[in-house]
Design a protein around this ligand. Structure first.
Ligand code: KIV
Length: 253
């Protein structure tokens, strides 16, 4: 789809029921996100999500899915120590049904991403606001606002692509910066709070269904507004992403 210039759609998914429902509605990628710590477990951060929990939810999503591409987050503390540690844990996520793992972090993760991708594990790198580093950022804040931060993010993206990353997710970065990075790279970019000019968009399922009102911020749209049921809301999300209507300027930074 990327090579044909078609935007693809991603939503978080944590169980078999929604996996079947979302892929039948036409969602291309199911992200078993560690946001399950927030939305399912009610935690303030994603930091306590364990590999065991990620494996359980990846198995559930895989059991409900026939055709969607499944990406699973590597939770905090399961990949930062060494490339070998990352490989051991990523391979368990693939055995549980994931087709790609997502790793938070900039160029510091290059060596690990090279190690995994050279050994058959597809990786999506995640930069910008990386929720596992929330305490270092001092909150869930937009990243890449200053010239030096923006330059660092562009360099990170190039490092990660060179290391073998197959996709790049950008969270909470200015739309112009995300557009520039997307144009620089030859791998697909996925945006969340990163404007309309990424190759794909992702939202947390519960946010876009209006179920998680506390977490909702500027970049989230409640697709249940104006929809008569969940299927219509999901289909509206797909249509709006594909034609570049979502995210609109009111959802960007
Ligand atoms: O865990 C997650 O759901 C994510 C998205 C916010 C991109 O990483």
């Amino acid at each position: 789809m990327y090579h044909e210039g078609e935007k693809f759609t991603v939503l978080t998914c944590y169980d078999a029921c929604f996996a079947a429902f979302l892929e039948n509605a036409g969602i291309d990628v199911l992200l078993v996100g560690d946001s399950l710590g927030n939305v399912l477990q009610g935690k303030e951060t994603t930091l306590s999500v364990s590999l065991g929990e990620m494996l359980y939810h990846t198995r559930c999503v895989s059991a409900g899915s026939n055709k969607a591409f499944i990406m699973a987050d590597m939770p905090f503390g399961t990949f930062q120590e060494s490339p070998e540690q990352a490989f051991g844990n990523a391979s368990k996520l693939l055995a549980a049904g994931a087709q790609m793992v997502k790793i938070e972090g900039g160029r510091i993760m290059s060596e690990t991403i090279r190690f995994l991708t050279q050994r058959g594990i597809p990786v999506c790198a995640h930069i910008g606001l990386t929720p596992q580093s929330v305490h270092q950022f001092g909150g869930y804040k937009i990243q890449g606002k200053s010239d030096s931060e923006a330059k660092q993010l562009v360099e990170d993206a190039l490092f990660l692509e060179k290391a073998g990353a197959n996709m790049l997710l950008m969270e909470l970065v200015p739309a112009t910066l995300a557009k520039g990075i997307t144009n620089e790279l030859s791998i697909p970019t996925i945006g969340i709070g990163a404007g309309a000019n990424c190759s794909a968009q992702v939202l947390v399922l519960h946010d876009m269904l209006g179920l998680n009102l506390e977490r909702n911020t500027r970049f989230v749209k409640n697709f249940m507004v104006g929809a008569s049921n969940i299927e219509e809301a999901i289909k509206n999300y797909i249509d709006e992403v594909k034609i570049g209507k979502f995210p609109g300027s009111e959802h960007e930074f």
